[in-house]
Design a protein around this ligand. Structure first.
Ligand SMILES: Cc1ncc(COP(=O)(O)O)c(C=O)c1O
Length: 423
């Protein structure tokens, strides 16, 4: 397939591109699979080549037409990372990607690259606990104002009001996590990106929209198609998919990713070649895994909703017909994914009884792997967010988050019944 996105006028689908895009077997002894390029540095054929590669890498000259940037050093570039980035960017309908050592490395490097003192960020809430910490405790140290407003219905109006409050002209970034971790609340990406364009009118540095697409993307949600400038993932989750690596990725326009890559190079937050290779392996099965996990989750969500000890279930597939969240789900997503959050009667004690009673499902944080994981957001993944604030986001002491894996449905059903009965 080589470096072709299409044949006979029709574009290849991402599942097909995930098996061939960006890799030339000819350059690797004909190996069908990309080898692991486990090398820190690359040998130049001539001193002039080395000079020219650096000129492009450090932005000292524009690339010549058709020039492919040369390989230099694995903190700058490496084939395992580049092939993965190209395949994921194609899936996201974006120009380019950058892969990082973790989701947090992707988020922090991106924000540090784009923001400067005096800028403001308006973000939806809740967001993943680490992102919340970065917003609340790290960005303000660099003179950056962060306002978090409740995501979900009405989020865009709340973002507009927060922008007015901090001074619309200072807003550089609208940051959205949708569905939100762990509440599964959906925020309207298209409406947020319209707000970003409104805020940008007459400015040199526009306001940008960044979406944490970890829960549904790229299979069930393509944030860039709805107007996002940057699409961010914890690739530790579905993209890696086997709970055996930690990585992150950002995709977007070539200009933005080049700006972010300058920071990645200097901060040294890139992924290593073996992680890049593992991600390539994982991307090949991403669509199959996510679709099968979502199918099982749909059945389990219904079972959870029917249990007498369960007071609330947050799952996009169960959104009531006719509700604004349902309408948004139908516009923005093509599947409900496999993250279910549910609340049991009896607060933390009941939630812990349920968590301790699971046998097939593992009690562990993280999500998107092949095994089903359950955890308690309030005391685990979101423990560094003040409890009173968490409750306003719907994260209550009785809330459990479940990431549905690839086990047989009947085994999960039995395990779930046994655990819920223990509440
Ligand atoms: C939605 C979301 N974004 C970002 C992250 C951070 O990713 P990582 O753990 O790979 O640094 C997580 C981790 O749980 C997450 O759930």
């Amino acid at each position: 397939m080589k470096r072709r996105h299409s044949k006979g006028g029709s574009e290849f689908n991402p599942e097909t591109l995930a098996l061939g895009l960006g890799y030339e077997p000819r350059l690797s002894e004909g190996a069908v699979k990309p080898p692991v390029f486990l090398t820190s540095t690359f040998q130049f054929e001539s001193a002039m080549d080395g000079k020219r590669f650096f000129e492009v890498a450090y932005g000292l000259r524009e690339k010549d037409p058709g020039e492919v940037p040369g390989l230099i050093y694995s903190r700058l570039n490496n084939p395992n990372l580049q092939i993965f980035e190209e395949r994921l960017a194609a899936w996201d309908h974006t120009d380019k990607g950058a892969v990082f050592a973790s989701g947090m490395a992707a988020i922090s490097t991106t924000l540090l690259a784009l923001l400067q003192p005096g800028d403001a960020v308006i973000a939806s809430a809740p967001v993943y606990g680490g992102t919340h910490f970065f917003f609340e405790h790290i960005l303000p140290r660099y003179g950056i104002t962060v306002r978090q407003v409740l995501g979900g219905d009405g989020a865009v109006e709340r973002m507009r009001a927060a922008a007015r409050e901090v001074g619309s002209e200072t807003v550089r970034l609208l940051y959205v996590e949708t569905p939100a971790n762990p509440s599964n609340a959906l925020t309207d990406i298209a409406a947020v990106s319209v707000l970003a364009r409104e805020l940008s009118a007459g400015r040199d540095r526009p306001a940008l929209t960044a979406v944490d697409n970890t829960f549904l993307g790229p299979v069930f949600q393509r944030a860039a198609d709805h107007g996002a400038d940057l699409v961010i993932y914890s690739a530790t989750k579905f993209i890696g998919g086997h709970s055996d690596l930690v990585a992150g990725v950002v995709t977007g326009s070539e200009a933005l990713i080049d700006e972010i890559n300058t920071y990645r190079t200097v901060l040294g937050t890139m992924a290593n070649p073996f992680t890049g290779w593992l991600l390539l392996r994982s991307l090949e099965t991403l669509s199959v895994r996510m679709r099968r996990q979502a199918k099982t989750a749909d059945k389990l969500a219904a079972q959870i909703a029917d249990h007498p000890k369960v007071t609330r279930v947050h799952y996009p597939g169960l959104l009531p017909e006719g509700s604004p969240q349902r309408a948004l789900y139908e516009r923005q997503c093509t599947g409900a994914g496999s993250l279910i959050a549910f609340e049991v009667e009896g607060g933390e004690q009941a939630a812990f009884r349920v968590l301790d009673a699971f046998e097939v499902c593992r009690l562990a944080v993280s999500l998107g792997g092949t095994e089903t994981l359950v955890e308690h957001p309030m005391s685990m993944t979101h423990a560094d967010v003040p409890p009173a604030l968490l409750e306003t986001f719907g994260v209550t002491p009785g809330l459990i988050r479940m990431s549905v894996g690839l086990e047989h449905l009947s085994d999960l059903r039995r395990d779930l019944k046994f655990a819920l009965d223990a509440a």
